[in-house]
Design a protein around this ligand. Structure first.
Ligand SMILES: [Mn+2]
Length: 254
């Protein structure tokens, strides 16, 4: 598996620390001896060189997108450029975003970590019917209206808690037939007890076990082309819990 470091916090609008995550997460990988299938995957590590121009970075990410890679952010805005890269190679693409937030809140003229999904939809890079938001539990009213108007599929944290099997099955069913699938994980989809090292702590999230269970099932889909893990912030972490959890997610998805 190719691990691609994307060390940036530019899309987080002034927050800092996410740029330190790739090295820390890769460091923690050394402590995991095997994944839960009893396999020790081998990794090749690459890095996308980021500039201090956020819009230029999206072009760089799009141009450097490679299939069968796990991208390690960085703030969640990196997914915008990477999905554009995937969209250049495949026609009908899907996105499952695991996140406490919908990331549909429009801020400025360029995508940020709070609205990148809205940009992808409005720019016709991603069809709204091919988007699933998973783990949502704190949305702005404007975002909720957008979700309703555009009939975007949401499986909230509570939906996953109550019906993890059915929800996972439904995700797989709707994504199975697409040409390519992108899975994006914002670490704040997890409960703060499992991932304290992130900027927007949202109580009552998924446990690490619930997320890993869903991801292990999704991994069976043959059309997954890329995965990313974003918003880990080592500056806010406690005993490396968050970067360790992110490493485990990478192991299970490799
Ligand atoms: Mn989030």
């Amino acid at each position: 598996m190719i691990l691609v470091k994307v060390p940036t916090s530019l899309g987080a609008l002034g927050e800092q620390g996410q740029e330190k995550a790739p090295d820390e997460i890769i460091n923690q990988l050394n402590d995991i001896w095997s994944n839960e299938q009893g396999i020790k995957p081998s990794f090749e590590v690459e890095e996308i060189k980021i500039t201090d121009d956020i819009e230029e970075n999206y072009n760089i990410l799009e141009k450097n997108f490679k299939e069968n890679s796990i991208y390690i952010g960085g703030d969640h805005s990196i997914t915008y450029g990477l999905v554009k890269g995937l969209a250049k190679k495949y026609k009908n693409i899907g996105l499952i975003s695991f996140d406490a937030h919908p990331d549909l809140y429009h801020h400025f003229d360029f995508p940020t970590h709070g609205d990148w999904i809205k940009f992808l939809i409005e720019e016709n890079i991603l069809k709204k019917e091919n988007v699933i938001l998973a783990g949502i539990r704190n949305a702005d009213i404007k975002e909720l209206n957008y979700i309703k108007e555009n009939k975007i599929r949401v499986f909230s944290s509570n939906d996953i808690f109550r019906n993890i099997e059915e929800v996972t099955e439904a995700m797989m069913e709707s994504m199975r037939k697409l040409d390519a699938l992108y899975i994006s994980v914002d670490i704040d989809v997890l409960d703060p007890s499992c991932a304290p090292g992130t900027s927007y702590l949202e109580p009552a999230g998924l446990t690490a076990r619930e997320l890993i269970y869903v991801l292990q099932r999704l991994k069976k889909l043959k059309n997954i082309k890329a995965v990313d893990i974003t918003e880990v912030n080592p500056s806010l972490d406690i005993n490396n819990i968050t970067s360790k959890t992110a490493s485990k997610i990478i192991m299970e998805m490799s």
